[in-house]
Write a protein that binds this ligand. Structure first.
Ligand SMILES: [Zn+2]
Length: 155
């Protein structure tokens, strides 16, 4: 992907985020992007990448942000865009398994939101304090920055 295409992609996703209501950031796509990038950069093996992905999920949950309404069209468009960027990064890195496992570790904790009941991940059950909520613009900027840095790290 050329820098121009990347810029278009990020601008488009930012506009989609701003257009969707209510405010949101740090969607599962951002967790996957950050986990994939950190897994690729910080370790040599896929299991290490998975564990780093899990740790990055906790770190991003602690940072001030706003959770996205997963049913909004804007969030779903954003997830598709994140998926496309992640796939592009994975393909350009010769399908490096650290990107896959890091991304999986990054996004997996949020799967427990698919069912009601007791949560186990530390930032979901209150063991670690979840970051305070940001307004829509700040939350969107933060999400775009996290995704942009992560994507660039997997260049
Ligand atoms: Zn979470």
């Amino acid at each position: 992907m050329t820098p121009a295409k990347l810029l278009t992609c990020i601008t488009l996703t930012a506009l989609l985020s701003l257009a969707s209501a209510p405010s949101h950031a740090m969607d599962p796509g951002s967790h996957a992007m950050a986990g994939g990038a950190l897994g690729l950069k910080l370790t040599k093996n896929p299991m290490g990448a998975f564990l780093i992905g899990l740790a990055s999920h906790a770190l991003l949950d602690v940072v001030p942000h706003t959770n996205p309404p997963l049913k909004s069209p804007g969030t779903q468009a954003y997830l598709v865009a994140d998926g496309a960027l992640l796939y592009d990064a994975w393909r350009r890195n010769d399908h490096d398994p650290r990107i896959f496992w890091g991304a999986l570790g990054g996004v997996l904790p949020d799967a427990e939101y698919l069912h009601k009941g007791q949560k186990v991940f530390p930032t979901h059950n209150g063991t670690l304090k979840h970051g305070r909520h940001l307004n829509k613009t700040a939350a969107t900027i933060l999400m775009v920055v996290v995704n942009g840095i992560s994507y660039r790290a997997m260049w």
